[in-house]
Structures are given as C-alpha cells and as structure tokens.
Design a protein around this ligand. Structure first.
Ligand SMILES: [Mn+2]
Length: 322
C-alpha cells in the first residue's frame, strides 16, 4: 500500500480500460539556471533605449468550471493570482483518488494555494517559483496531494515556471504557439504530485523552466481538465482575436468543457490513452470502434496578456535589479 501512498491515481476518466499496461514517461526536462537571471536583466537594460525602460506585466482573467458532479462543492481545482501586478499565477489540482480514503481532495489543493498567497509576501519566495512551491508545500498540513504549476513574471519579461505533474502552460505570440510545458506522470492517469505523504513528490521533482515574454504575448495556464479536452491548435484559434483576458479564459474553459461532455470527441485524453495501449476490446476494434470521448473533470483556466509600461530610466523607483 505504500506505493499507492506515493502516487495516487486519479479515480475519474476512463473506467473501462481493458489493459493494465503502463509506461514511464520521461520527457526531456527543461532546465533553468538561476545564475542567468542577472545577465538577462542586464540585457534588458542595455537593449532598451537609454532613456526609456519597458516593464512587462500581466492582465489576467480566470475561469473555473467544476466537474459536473462536483458543482455544489466547487470541485477540487484551486488557483491563485497575485503578487506585484498580478505577476504570480498558480493552479493546483487536488488528486481525486483521495476520496476513496474518505479524504476530501479539495482540502490539499486549496490550502496549497492559500499558502502560496501567504508565502508570496516573503522576498525570497517572490522571485523564485521553486522556493515558493517549497515553502507553500511545507506549510500545507491537509492530507492529500495535488498537481501544481506556479508561474511568475518578472518586470524584464522573464516568466519563471515550476510544475509538478500535469497542469500546464502555453505561450501564444502573434497567433502562434511558441512555448509549452511538458507534463510528467508515473504512468497513465497518475501524475507527479506534491503530497502530504513523506514519499510523494516535492519541489525537487518540479519541472523548472523559463521563457522570455514580449508585449502582446498571451499565456494560458490550465489544469489537466483543459489540456485533456482541448488541443493546442483549438486554444490558439479560440483566443487569437480576443484582447480581454477574462473573456479569453471563459472561452477557453467553455471550449474544454464542451469537449469534455462530448462522448464522440476524439480528445487529447483518449488519444493519449490509445497511445498507452488502452482501448476498446479487440472485437470492437474489428468493427471499427475505438476509445473516444472527452474527460469529465474540473477545468481551470488562467489567461495572462502581457502589457508593457514605459518608465524613464531616471525614475529611481524602477527596481529591475532583483
Ligand atoms: Mn484535473
């Protein structure tokens, strides 16, 4: 049972899987070297006009649609938007398998996000999502586990990301997808997760990366309920002409929600399931059937649109050197 404690599988989604084959996913890991930070900041300063420095910030919108069976309780996703200029965005997805142990899966994810909101006040955590995750996780006392993603935008446009599990982030620039995070899972439907259990994942297991954002970029954060039900190309086309972050978040969440309820939709989730060897029985394949359908889940979407504010370099309230 200890193995189960280390990695709680989700208890929703496909329940009619015919095989039990598992695969270990080991995507290439992005790396982020904190020592580069100062160099990147200097570059931002020297490339700008000597008199005007641009500060980047996020205009954010959020939208959460609970699992249809969890509407009354609000579901088990939780999110946070805060920090200076809304520059810190985070989503945690409580792993629902805990319900089988009579543990409310929402408690851990909500407390984790609440602790992010508290820890963000500490200067050390305010510039490093890994430290923020470490501190928020270590102060979370609820039983449970969650996948989690934290992203923070520095004023020079560097977006730092730490992710454990299968919450995700996309960057769209001029109508093109230019960056995606990579989910990590122990096996299909059992993602990496920070946990109340000593042998669960921690900040040390986070996939850590950074990306230089530009004015006009859009970032989209989502729980797996988004990315299991909506393809990147659909997300890009859905928000391509939308300037308002709140409207964009609502449209993207509804896109995923509609697919999640569509039993005939060939979703990213079922496509991955088939890749992993899960499918309908062979006799159904012989008559042309295949595993399909969306995945009912909580769906959380945060959209951030990057805007720039110009400041005179003589304005000594500007603190680029962090
Ligand atoms: Mn989920």
């Amino acid at each position: 049972m200890e193995i189960i404690a280390m990695a709680i599988p989700r208890n929703f989604g496909i329940r009619v899987l015919e095989t039990t084959s598992t695969s270990w996913i080991s995507p290439s890991k992005f790396t982020w070297n904190p020592s580069r930070k100062r160099g990147m900041i200097k570059m931002a300063q020297t490339e700008a006009s000597p008199d005007v420095i641009k500060e980047l910030s996020l205009s954010t919108g959020t939208y959460l649609i609970p699992h249809p069976k969890k509407v009354e309780t609000g579901g088990e996703d939780a999110f946070f938007v805060g920090g200076c200029n809304g520059s810190v965005v985070a989503i945690a997805d409580g792993v629902s398998g805990w319900a089988e142990r009579n543990v409310n899966p929402a408690l851990f994810s909500r407390e984790l996000m609440r602790n992010v909101s508290l820890v963000i006040e500490e200067e050390q955590a305010n510039f490093d999502p890994v430290i923020l995750l470490k501190k928020a996780h270590s102060s979370t006392t609820s039983m449970g586990s969650a996948t989690v993603i934290i992203a923070m935008l520095e004023r020079n446009g560097v977006l730092k990301i730490a992710s454990v599990g299968d919450c995700g982030l996309r960057v769209i620039r001029a109508g093109q997808l230019v960056f995606t995070t990579t989910p990590r899972e122990h096996y299909f439907d059992c993602p990496f997760q920070v946990s109340s259990e000593a042998n669960g994942q921690t900040y040390r297991d986070a996939t850590v990366c950074s990306v230089q954002l530009m004015e006009g970029d859009a970032i989209i954060l989502g729980s797996d309920g988004l990315f299991d039900n909506a393809f990147d190309r659909e997300i890009v086309s859905t928000i391509s002409d939308i300037k308002d972050a709140a409207e964009a978040a609502k449209l993207v969440a509804n896109l995923a929600h509609n697919h999640s309820k569509d039993v005939n939709f060939d979703s990213p989730y079922t496509q991955e399931a088939r890749t992993m060897g899960y499918d309908v029985p062979d006799w159904k394949k012989m008559i042309g059937k295949k595993l399909k359908g969306g995945k009912l889940d909580d769906i959380t979407v945060i959209v951030g649109i990057v805007s720039a504010n110009s400041r005179s370099s003589s304005d000594n309230t500007l603190k680029l050197d962090t």
